[in-house]
Design a binder for this molecule. Structure first.
Ligand code: PMP
Ligand code: G9A
Length: 404
């Protein structure tokens, strides 16, 4: 059969995510993988979930096993609204929240609501690999703006928006992960958060704020989401239960205004009818019982030690000319190799040395990032962090030697 002539234009352009491809290495027992952005198995509140499961079957069995509304379980949307108020002083009406099968599906649906083929979408450079895959399914044009230590280079952003407008192509939205960014681990300053809103207001643009990590803070003062400063209702905010409960339950949420909420809901009707109702009751009980507030400090403590251990191991194992970010939270740090080394080539050597990472190019829609890599510090056991960074240091030193 001639399948090629049958595939859609979009399906012909689809490429595998570097993170997803690397998951197979995470399953090989002799490879230490800093690749996948996986929570540590010890972060899962198994005993609490057992308790919750009994409670669900006793109290909501028939509802939890039934189809639900597309927007989500009402009580869960109320609990999410309450948490956003308690944690971030963001007032939102539960009717403006849609519960998602993971925030990844929100990336896909929000971009599908806004992007026509060829439309400009703006992101940080580097940005989340899964957002690149999700947005690329709409075949947009990318405008990427360098991410500095304290957030996007806003002069570059302003200049790029002006240029796009001069070409009569107004960008559709600005996608950002302002707190403990994936992949760089960096956090935007308050000033830049406010300034971004000013720029968005000046050009009448939407901001799409993806915030999976802000509750996973180890050090430094909390910073409010951009949504908190938003007086014009131009921020679409997205959260997830993946890092504060479990990614396997596949639950996230998106907050937007009435008109956008309606469009996402209409699209979602065709995508999956409704979000996993059983999981929604688990999350509801996790929030309502207050278990979440007992669990997060344990997760933070576990990951803080792992971040410290990875930073110390990098200090000990890396040659000169290799630098890395020092995140105050989240799950990742970003390594830059100033030796003209190509981290895609280096990955072969690293895998021979039984250690894996995600190549920097995965986080740029335009193939840049060759001298960088992302390391996840949350998944590996402590002894594997020390051993794995040692192996990586050895691989880098060997590559530098081969080059000279
Ligand atoms: N956005 C970002 C920035 C992420 O890092 C991730 C997960 N790695 C997601 C979205 C998707 O998460 P989930 O679908 O599990 O909510
Ligand atoms: O693809 C996954 O498993 C989710 C992780 C995302 C990431 O590594 O950034």
């Amino acid at each position: 059969m001639d399948l090629e002539s049958k595939f859609s234009d979009i399906s012909k352009t689809l490429k595998g995510s570097a993170v997803r491809e690397l998951l197979k290495y995470a399953e090989q027992p002799d490879v230490i993988s800093f690749g996948g952005g996986m929570p540590n198995p010890k972060s899962f509140p198994i005993e609490n979930i057992k308790e919750i499961l009994n409670n669900i079957m006793d109290n909501y069995g028939t509802k939890a096993l039934q189809y639900g509304t597309t927007e989500g379980v009402t009580e869960l949307r109320e609990q999410i609204a309450k948490r956003m108020k308690d944690k971030f002083s963001i007032s939102t009406n539960p009717s403006n929240i849609i519960v998602l099968n993971g925030s990844q599906s929100g990336l896909y649906m929000v971009s599908k609501v806004f992007l026509n083929r060829g439309d400009y979408v703006i992101s940080e450079a580097p940005t989340y690999v899964g957002a690149i895959s999700a947005f690329n399914a709409q075949m947009p044009s990318w405008l990427t703006v360098e991410l500095k230590e304290d957030g996007m280079d806003l002069n570059e952003l302003d200049a790029k928006i002006k240029k796009a407008i001069n070409e009569k192509k107004v960008p559709k939205f600005i996608y950002v992960i302002p707190t403990f960014q994936n992949p760089a681990g960096l956090t935007w300053s308050v000033d830049k958060r406010k300034h971004l809103l000013e720029i968005a207001s000046k050009y009448d643009l939407i901001i799409f704020e993806d915030d999976p990590y802000s509750e996973i803070r180890f050090t430094g003062d909390p910073v409010m989401p951009i949504k908190y400063y938003d007086k014009e209702d131009r921020v679409i905010y997205m959260g997830t239960f993946s890092k504060v409960l479990s990614p396997g339950i596949r639950l996230g949420w998106v907050v937007s205004n009435e008109a956008i909420t309606r469009k996402i809901a209409l699209l979602k009707q065709g995508v999956d009818l409704c979000t996993n109702v059983f999981s929604q009751y688990i999350a509801l009980e996790y929030l309502r019982s207050g278990m979440i507030d007992k669990q997060i400090p344990k997760i933070v403590e576990l990951y803080r030690k792992k971040r410290d251990l990875m930073l110390k191991s990098l200090e000990e194992s890396m040659p000169e000319g290799v630098t890395w970010t020092r995140p105050n939270g989240g799950m990742f740090l970003w390594v830059t190799v100033d030796w003209g080394l190509d981290t895609e080539k280096l990955l072969k050597k690293a895998l021979e040395n039984k250690v894996a990472y995600v190549v920097g190019t995965a986080f740029y829609p335009d193939g840049r990032g060759r001298n960088s890599m992302r390391l996840n510090f949350t998944y590996s056991r402590d002894e594997d962090i020390v051993e794995g960074i040692g192996r990586l240091g050895k691989a880098i030193k060997e590559e530098i030697k081969n080059k000279n």
